[in-house]
Design a protein around this ligand. Structure first.
Ligand code: IPM
Ligand code: MG
Length: 362
């Protein structure tokens, strides 16, 4: 029997609750598909900081390296707001991305028909939204040097971050963009701020060069401020979007509103030898521990894990189908409840419903 090692890093807040449900869905897949998953947990984020004094527990990186895939929850929370910058819970996640060379972050944004009314935006705007945000994940402001805060004797200070990209970094994420667009509607929007930033000028130059190898894909360059507006004005004009790290962080949160809730958005971080799968949402400290978080983003992330890291395409389809069907039946967690016909369900119950549907498909 094929056996896959999955590193499970639930992290903080609702990360713990939603990851648990994703694992249960994978267990159902294993039973049905006749494969075995060996789940091994490690601490990351505030949980790791509290237990080990570091935002990534010793051994966690090694565990990830030796696994076939990583299932990640979320990190951070008000409890760690005052810890030193390099110790922040988020550093654990950033270290994983960098060390594992996970430069390509795929964030699909779909407005499922039955959730059209869950979005605060008009039906006429969100209906039909089906786009993929590809975010560069290991460069730009997040990692650029120099960075840091300088404190002066007079009480003043100066802080610096550096937005830096090499042509090689731009080229590889551009290729990802074109490859993904080629398997979708063959339309790629490259988002930058080339009217102001030198980095964006290079970005545009390199993307334009890479485009020559993909004559079948229609490329357009969009300025990031304009893209932010167009996303909530006419999202259906987009198919595949490729952009740098910080722009992608911001635009993907914005795009979540098109899907009805952050609780619906999965992601895959690829590039190195092992992929990392995490919901786009954060730790939601306000609802953590209450059992009401939406586990669908985590469960759809598990589906991406099956598809991209294990090539279990049909099983990924089953999980996605289960999610759709459960939503079609009217089941809603609180975050997407506005259009629900059935009663609101909690995290575990939503997990149960999806698990049962997956089981029934084998
Ligand atoms: C995300 C998150 C992270 C990021 C944080 C938790 C470091 O917002 O994955 O979008 O900024 O990349
Ligand atoms: Mg973000």
């Amino acid at each position: 029997m094929a056996t896959y090692r999955i590193a499970v890093l639930p992290g903080d807040g609702i990360g713990q609750e939603v990851t648990r449900e994703a694992v249960r869905v994978l267990e159902a897949v294993a039973k049905g598909a006749g494969v075995a998953f060996e789940f091994e947990e490690a601490l990351v984020g505030g949980a790791a900081l509290d237990a080990t004094g570091r935002p990534l527990a010793p051994g966690a990186l090694e565990l990830c390296r030796q696994s076939h895939a990583i299932l990640f929850g979320a990190v951070g929370g008000p409890k760690w707001d005052d810890v030193a910058h390099e110790q922040r819970p988020e550093r654990g996640l950033l270290a994983l991305r960098k060390e594992l060379d996970l430069y390509a972050n795929l964030r699909p944004v779909t407005c499922f028909p039955m959730l059209v009314d869950a979005s605060p935006l008009k039906r006429s705007v969100v209906e039909g939204t089906d786009l993929m945000v590809i975010r560069e994940l290991t460069g730009g402001l997040y990692f650029g040097e120099p960075r840091g805060v300088e404190r002066f004797a007079d009480g003043g200070a100066r802080a610096i971050n550096t937005m830096v990209y090499t042509s090689r970094e731009i080229e590889r994420i551009a290729r990802t963009g074109f490859e993904v667009a080629r398997r979708r509607k063959k339309r790629l929007a490259s988002v930058d701020k080339a009217n102001v930033l030198a980095v964006s000028q290079l970005w545009r130059e390199v993307v334009t060069r890479v485009a020559k190898a993909y004559p079948d894909v229609a490329l357009e360059h969009v300025l990031v401020d304009n893209c932010a507006m167009a996303l909530v004005h006419r999202p259906t004009q987009f198919d595949t979007i490729v952009t740098e790290n910080t722009f992608g962080d911001i635009l993907s949160d914005e795009a979540a509103i098109l899907a009805g809730s952050m609780g619906m958005l999965p992601s895959a971080s690829l590039g190195g030898s092992v992929g990392l799968y995490e919901p786009v949402h954060g730790t939601a400290p306000d609802i953590a521990g209450k059992g009401i978080a939406n586990p669908i983003a985590a469960i759809l992330s598990a589906a991406m894990l099956l598809r991209y890291s294990l090539s279990l395409e049909k099983d990924a389809d089953r999980v996605e189908r289960a999610v759709l069907r459960v939503l079609e039946q009217g089941h809603r967690t609180a975050d997407i409840a506005s259009s629900g016909k059935g009663a609101t369900v909690g995290t575990r119950e939503m997990g149960d419903l999806i698990v049962r549907d997956v089981e029934a498909q084998y």
